[in-house]
Design a protein around this ligand. Structure first.
Ligand code: ZN
Length: 305
């Protein structure tokens, strides 16, 4: 099977939707990405405000049966569009939501509660479509020839990243992540653990984490990853669960990714500043002799791999 995947960015912003002048070119809606395979299968990742535009497009095109929607975590910028997702209100549509429990709170309740009074006037019982909830953790879901793997990432609360595989193609979607936040980065991006090396406990743990994470993102055709901060901002934001673009580029290079897409743009970031982040990211890659392609996610654009 050959297989092509089309990636469409319906929302690319982190934290808060914005509509200020100077931020329109990259777009102001929060996280929502659609991946469509050439066998007609569509997958949706996150329900930020961008999912309302996707919903409007679905009202024209109709829904596949059922539409899978994967939620990385329930921070507002990843679910705030769900109450405005028009296909959920239409009888005859079918939608399956996948996401992880939050401690003792089941995944279904996590989504249900954001639509309860007094937070929203229309509760989830008003969704007339056939809605299913699948709680997942670190697992693999197969949908019409596509495989979606999930792993937990470094972000407050329980947060998933997803790897989508179809034929020879692979896309990794990790919108919120501060990889290896607990470790010194010079240790993360160096080789340790050769046979015969004496390793302390921290190094053994790090090696285990590296194997897991780089095994997950490794050799991806496309990595869509958190790049919320600049390296100048990052020291004041360390531990908040987001990456600087420098950390993201280093991570992608170490994972031998072919194409990196900077994602989850900070609400303060202007279009020109995002251009600058891309330029600086490309410079970091070039300095290391890499041909990895780097761009920043732009709302209402698609790429096919
Ligand atoms: Zn977020």
């Amino acid at each position: 099977m050959g297989g092509q995947l089309e990636i469409t960015y319906w929302g690319v912003r982190g934290s808060l939707p914005v509509s200020d002048p100077g931020k329109i070119r990259y777009g102001g809606s929060t996280s929502c990405v659609e991946i469509k395979a050439d066998n007609g299968t569509r997958l949706v990742f996150d329900g930020g405000s961008g999912i309302s535009s996707l919903g409007n497009a679905c009202m024209q095109s109709g829904l596949p049966e059922p539409l899978p929607v994967f939620i990385t975590h329930p921070h507002w910028d990843h679910i705030q569009g769900l109450p405005f997702f028009a296909p959920a209100f239409i009888p005859g549509n079918a939608i399956t939501f996948y996401g992880c429990n939050q401690g003792e709170m089941p995944f279904e309740n996590v989504l249900r509660q954001q639509m309860q009074s007094p937070y929203f006037p229309v509760d989830l019982e008003n969704w007339a479509a056939d809605i299913a909830f699948e709680a997942v953790s670190e697992t693999e879901v197969n949908i019409n020839g596509l495989t979606v793997r999930s792993t937990y990432v470094e972000h407050p609360g329980m947060t998933l990243g997803f790897r989508i595989e179809y034929g020879e193609k692979s896309v990794v979607y990790i919108p919120d992540n501060e990889p290896f936040a607990k470790f010194p980065l010079e240790k993360v991006f160096s080789e340790q653990g050769a046979p015969g090396d004496e390793l302390d406990m921290e190094s053994v743990f790090l090696l285990d984490q590296k194997e897991k994470f780089f095994g997950f993102i490794g050799d991806a055709d496309v990595l869509i990853h958190d790049a919320q901060y600049t390296p100048e901002e990052y020291p004041a934001k360390t531990g908040w669960g987001h990456s600087s673009f420098e950390l993201t580029v280093q991570t992608a290079l170490y994972g031998n990714v072919r194409q990196l897409v900077l994602f989850h743009h900070d609400p303060i970031r202007t279009d020109d500043e995002i251009d600058d982040m891309v330029d600086r990211s490309r410079h970091i890659a070039a300095e290391q002799g890499s041909s990895m392609q780097i761009s920043a996610a732009r709302q209402n654009t698609s790429t096919t791999i």
